[in-house]
Write a protein that binds this ligand. Structure first.
Ligand SMILES: NC(=O)c1ccc[n+]([C@@H]2O[C@H](COP(=O)([O-])OP(=O)(O)OC[C@H]3O[C@@H](n4cnc5c(N)ncnc54)[C@H](O)[C@@H]3O)[C@@H](O)[C@H]2O)c1
Length: 340
């Protein structure tokens, strides 16, 4: 292990992990240590200074981090996503909450070793919102970070609590302790919309319908969508999701007016998305096999996010709206993938 700083990435073998690690390696300024429950792909493992196959709910997993590593940021991506969390709420609580506590505890202890605050980057989600009805959703429009913050799902509850837990660790941890505290944790969180990658397929999320449809259409297969055609929630392309996380990580602390920020790019309905796919990849056949339970979940999410705070505080703006995302990023890459 070199004397350079290190980025620790949990959930490294997931969709966001793949894209983030590729970007960190491209930047080249830090070593990367990966943690995942599953043995990471060779494409990830070959890029990392250390790979730990372990469960983030266990302290012993973090204890395996090379003792000479100097971690400046923990990207805590390991999670059970929304549909998977509804199916197994106990496991969701364990991975999404206990896992975060272990990541924060590691960062807190490690800050003493590196003698500086250690950043913890936490991807939260649009699931942290809870809108009571379709009428309320329509009246709300683009939600800022303080509106409609009563989530209705296990995943949303876990994410909302995770945001608050991170703020607690950053600002009030052991406030009554008489012992000297370590330099501490600098927690920063992004509330993501649904993320669409041209290179990986999602599993276990409730916004998976657009990426599933895209990958089906690229293989010439019909797709049966599990939500209604007029369902409107926000989305963004994976490269912008990674860019946002790294922009927030690098922002000077004095520019941040909050610890949890919305980001967004576009909010197509399945029918609007199908028009773009059908033009480029006919037939891109779309039908509907609506799951009442999953529909209820997306209906409780706002139709758009207000990301003014991120724009103002750290200069956020997406590089891709809907047309660029589909025509310049998703289609060329997904077509090339299935042509091989
Ligand atoms: N993909 C999206 O649309 C989206 C949207 C909003 C927020 N997020 C958040 O972004 C983060 C990354 O999401 P993703 O899309 O890459 O998810 P993913 O399901 O593709 O990846 C999650 C990874 O975490 C790992 N993992 C699960 N439980 C673990 C455990 N106990 N210990 C160690 N590793 C464990 C899995 O093996 C997997 O590789 C998550 O926190 C997710 O909640 C994702």
């Amino acid at each position: 292990m070199s004397g350079r700083m290190t980025a620790l990435v949990t959930g490294a073998n997931g969709e966001l992990g793949h894209a983030l690690i590729a970007r960190l390696v491209e930047e080249g300024s830090r070593d990367v240590i990966a943690i995942d429950l599953r043995e990471p792909d060779a494409s990830i493992a070959s890029k990392c200074a250390q790979v730990i196959v372990g469960d983030v709910t266990q302290r012993t997993t973090f204890e395996q981090v090379n003792p000479s590593a100097r971690v400046d940021s923990v990207f805590h991506l390991a999670a059970l996503l929304s549909t998977a969390s509804e199916k197994n709420p106990e496991r969701a609580q364990s991975v999404n909450v206990d896992g975060l506590i272990q990541a924060l505890t590691f960062a807190m202890a490690h800050s003493a070793r590196v003698d500086r605050r250690v950043k913890v980057l936490f991807p939260s989600s649009i699931a942290a919102y809870g809108v009571a009805s379709l009428e309320a959703k329509s009246a709300l429009g683009a939600a800022n970070e303080t509106q409609a913050s009563e989530p209705t799902t296990m995943y949303g509850l876990n994410k909302r609590y995770g945001e608050q837990l991170g703020c607690y660790f950053s600002e009030r941890y052991r406030q009554l302790s008489t012992e000297a505290n370590p330099p501490g944790v600098d927690f920063r969180s992004i509330r993501y919309p649904g993320i669409i990658s041209a290179f990986t397929l999602p599993t276990g999320g409730t916004s998976d319908y657009l990426p599933e449809y895209l990958h089906a259409a690229a293989q010439g297969k019909p797709y049966a969508c599990f939500v209604r055609g007029d369902t409107r929630v926000p989305f963004m392309a994976m490269p912008d999701a990674v860019r946002a996380l790294l922009m927030l990580e690098k922002a000077a602390p004095e520019t941040l007016t909050q610890r949890v920020y919305n980001v967004t790019a576009c909010n197509p309905t399945p029918v609007e998305f199908s028009k773009l796919l059908q033009k480029a990849l006919p037939p891109a056949a779309l039908s509907f096999d609506v799951s009442a339970a999953r529909q209820r979940i997306v209906d409780s999410w706002p139709e758009q996010l207000d990301d003014q705070a991120a724009r103002k505080d750290w200069g956020w703006a997406p590089t891709m709206g809907l047309d660029e995302m589909v025509n310049e990023y998703l289609l060329p890459n997904v077509v090339a993938r299935y042509a091989r």
